[in-house]
Ligand binder design. Structure first.
Ligand code: NAP
Length: 758
């Protein structure tokens, strides 16, 4: 087959063929899909000539008239011999017949593909005709279409931003596979590869079942005696749900036959679900009915977000949000910060394990905490909300979680992954925890190793990260564990497993880390003892339900505390912030540097210390930051680096090696960024030396880390020129309203969004 150069620029030396990927494409079956593909290939110049073949002469003539094809095929023999690429766009049942028609004239070099909605049957047809699947036969399926039929419905834009699944077999030619991928890319589609069996299973659930339900619903209602009235008064919901019942009956009956096994399986699953709902209605079981609806709505939202690439389950890198900060801002007034992220994760986990209904206020509605919510929903927990920070959780009891139907996708959330691994290591069922690209590269052996010592069966990926596979049904033993690194997530993960273990567990940390798990466990009456750096915990029986108010997150407040401190004329109040002593490192450090921070209105809520924080501008001095504050300020160092950049003299910080394993290598990202903004900063293995100076404007990259992105935004308060920060979409993982809230307080910030094509 002859393939022209890829996207050559027009120059006098090139022939006409140089501008096309393929010389001759033959489309067999000039229906809606065949016609749309032909038109797209012609319009985007993928193929020099697009020839159409159809058993109906009328369709061919219309195709030529409409400019869908260059010409119709007069003689199948010459059309097949001359074609470099042949696409079958006929009903799947006709595949064997059409392949048999092509076989005598088919050149070994010619690439053949199809568009059929089922793939197992298409492979079987190829084997029937050729005895094996030819290396150049590459089945594919565009996940795009409509209920219309025929060439008159051809639409060259049909595939734009839609997925096309290619299902190459084990002996498929790579070159042919690439060619089919390029062809679909040229139509604007997004390419996925899948194994044939998986394709048929997935499509049975996502496409074939919904079509059958729509046909069946309309058919059942049409048979009712008052059908005319039913249709006359049909509301929007009926029309939306049954739109696809207008699809081609022949095509769909073909699909049912061709994917019989998987379709029957899906009908069985659906029937069971419908039966559960029927029984709940019969029994007036309001909680079960509501539970089904809440889970369904949450799952629908989850899919919606996945599809638009905004959810935690999608890779945040797909959307590139940049922040732009203009100079000359001042921070004033009351600033609202979201609920504490660490407490939000822990609260929802314990509420799910409680007996009865728990209510949580001040819950952080961010991608990270919602990853934990979704994982618990996937394991059968009914959770209403969050609605204005309020959640209602119908606890399933300590042993009431159900096996999820697939992987638990935790997006970018390290806290979800580490905490849930401890919890799930002790369950009767097996689970797989997966994350986005960034989370998959973060170290997970640090939790797997102690949990294995307790008797858990856990495996991590080759690089010690996600996906994490946990085998259920293991009996855990208590553990005396000395943690090699200070990590609240590791500690909490072991503590959750310890609730299910036989015998007591004790965990000793090298330095104190945040103790929200301890505080919450104590509030819930769990037998836990804390002495210096050791936590001792006994396994527990049932867990109670509770009502909890989550304070504002000090880690989010830290950006404004530093902002107000470094920016002349600023004066802000942050109300209801959690000031747990194990989180106060940032306040101690800033005060040592000379910041004027006043904590007022101290109170205790659900065992957590809470206060209002008032901050105004003050001159900062560079210092050597005492090691004892490092573990209690670990998340705040990006913004502490910014404070040090504005201080008089030198600031030295060491003991920060943990920062290299966060959402980004925070030492490196901050060093590169602050250097680009004119600061003299020296990178060390486990820390930095920063010489205070004048921040300039510039362009920096947060490297997809929420805390570095917000820290650079705060630097913009006093920079001499504008600052542009790229890769800021992950700010939604901890502080979704950062831009709005900081703009309200006076920061001259705006965000711009650009979709990155994949
Ligand atoms: P369509 O508009 O009805 O077109 C079907 C084409 O196949 C027509 O040209 C028809 O010829 C021809 N054909 C029908 N039976 C044939 C046979 N026994 N031998 C040879 N040719 C035959 O249907 P479509 O929606 O384009 O579907 C075509 C393929 O795309 C199917 O395999 C379907 O599974 C797949 N697909 C459809 C959708 C969708 O939403 N519609 C989406 C993805 C994939 P006539 O003109 O003589 O009828």
């Amino acid at each position: 087959m002859s393939i022209a150069k890829e996207n050559p620029k027009k120059s006098p030396g090139h022939t006409a063929d140089d501008f096309f990927m393929v010389r001759n494409t033959l489309i067999i079956g000039l229906g809606m899909i065949g016609g749309s593909l032909a038109k797209a290939l012609k319009e985007n110049g993928f193929s020099r000539t697009v020839v159409g073949f159809d058993r109906s002469q009328q369709a061919v003539e219309l195709g030529v008239q409409m400019g869908v094809i260059d010409r119709g095929c007069q003689d199948i023999k010459s059309a097949v011999t001359e074609a470099d690429l042949i696409i079958l766009a006929v009903p799947v049942k006709a595949t064997a017949k059409v392949l048999a028609m092509l076989k005598p004239y088919l050149n070994a070099e010619t690439i053949v593909s199809d568009v059929g909605s089922t793939k197992g049957s298409v492979i079987a047809a190829a084997v029937e005709v050729f005895g094996t699947v030819p290396a150049n036969f590459i089945p594919a399926h565009p996940i795009a279409g409509s209920e219309k039929s025929g060439v008159q419905s051809a639409n060259s834009q049909l595939f734009v931003k839609h997925k096309v699944i290619i299902t190459p077999h084990s002996l498929a030619s790579q070159q042919a596979t690439q060619m089919i991928a390029r062809m679909w890319q040229s139509t604007g589609a997004e390419i996925l590869q899948m194994d044939v069996k998986k394709h048929d299973e997935v499509l049975a659930a996502t496409s074939h079942l919904p079509h059958l339900l729509a046909f069946s619903l309309v058919d059942s209602l049409a048979q009712e005696s008052e059908s005319l009235d039913i249709f006359r008064y049909a509301a929007g919901g009926f029309r939306d749900f049954t739109r696809i019942a207008a699809s081609d009956p022949t095509m769909w009956s073909d699909v049912c036959g061709a994917n019989k096994h998987a379709v029957l399986q899906q009908i069985e699953i659906f029937s069971k679900g419908l039966n559960r709902l029927k029984q709940a209605i019969e029994a007036d079981d309001e909680q079960s009915i509501k539970g089904i609806f809440i889970r369904a709505r949450a799952a629908r939202e989850h899919f919606g977000k996945m599809l638009t690439g905004t959810a935690y389950a999608a890779d945040s890198q797909q959307k590139n949000i940049s922040f732009f900060i203009e100079p000359n801002s001042v921070l004033k007034g009351q600033i609202k910060v979201p609920g504490d992220k660490s407490i939000s994760h822990r609260a929802i986990i314990f509420a799910a394990l409680g007996d009865g209904i728990s209510e949580i206020n001040g819950f952080l509605n961010s991608e990270d905490s919602m990853a934990t919510v979704q994982a618990l929903r996937d394991m059968g927990v009914v959770i209403e909300g969050p609605h204005r920070g309020q959640l209602k959780v119908y606890g399933v009891g300590k042993d009431g979680l159900c096996p999820p139907s697939g992987d638990l996708c935790l997006g970018n959330s390290g806290t979800s992954m580490r905490l849930l691994t401890g919890l799930l290591a002790a369950q009767k069922f097996s689970t797989v925890l997966s994350g986005d690209h960034s989370l998959s590269s973060r170290p997970m052996e640090r939790i797997a190793e102690p949990l294995r010592k307790m008797g858990a069966e856990i495996s991590t990926s080759e690089n010690g990260g996600a996906p994490i596979h946990i085998k259920g049904g293991q009996t855990l033993q208590g553990i005396d564990y000395v943690m090699p690194i200070a990590s609240a997530q590791v500690k909490s993960s072991i503590m959750l497993a310890a609730l299910y273990a036989q015998g007591s567990s004790s965990i000793t940390q090298p330095a104190n880390t945040r103790n929200h798990t301890e505080v919450l466990m104590r509030t819930l009456g769990i037998d836990i003892e804390v002495t210096d750096k050791t936590v001792t915990i006994q396994p527990c029986g049932q867990l109670p339900s509770f009502t909890l108010a989550i304070p504002g997150d000090l880690s989010s407040a830290a950006f404004f505390i530093v902002g107000a401190t470094i920016c002349i004329g600023s004066n802000v109040v942050l109300k209801g912030i959690g000031v747990n002593p194990t989180r106060m490192g940032v306040i101690h450090i800033l005060k040592l540097m000379g910041a004027q921070i006043v904590l007022q209105n101290h109170r205790e809520i659900n065992g957590e210390a809470v206060a209002d924080i008032q901050v105004e501008y003050s001159t900062l001095q560079g210092i050597k930051i005492p090691r004892q504050y490092v573990s209690t300020a670990i998340d705040e160092f990006p913004v502490i680096f910014v404070a040090a950049s504005c201080a008089l003299g030198i600031t030295k910080i060491n003991g920060l090696s943990e920062l290299r394993h966060k959402e980004s290598d925070r030492i490196k990202v901050m060093v590169e960024g602050l250097r680009a903004l004119g600061i003299n900063i020296k990178e060390q293995n486990d820390g930095v030396i920063i010489e205070g100076g004048q921040l300039q404007g510039g362009i920096v990259d947060s490297k997809g880390d929420h805390r570095t992105a917000m820290a650079f935004a705060i630097a913009g308060l006093i920079a001499r020129g504008p600052i542009e920060i790229s890769n800021c979409s992950p700010v939604a993982t901890s502080f979704p309203e950062f831009v709005e809230n900081s703009a309200k307080a006076g920061l001259r910030i705006r965000k711009e969004e650009a979709n990155v094509s994949s």
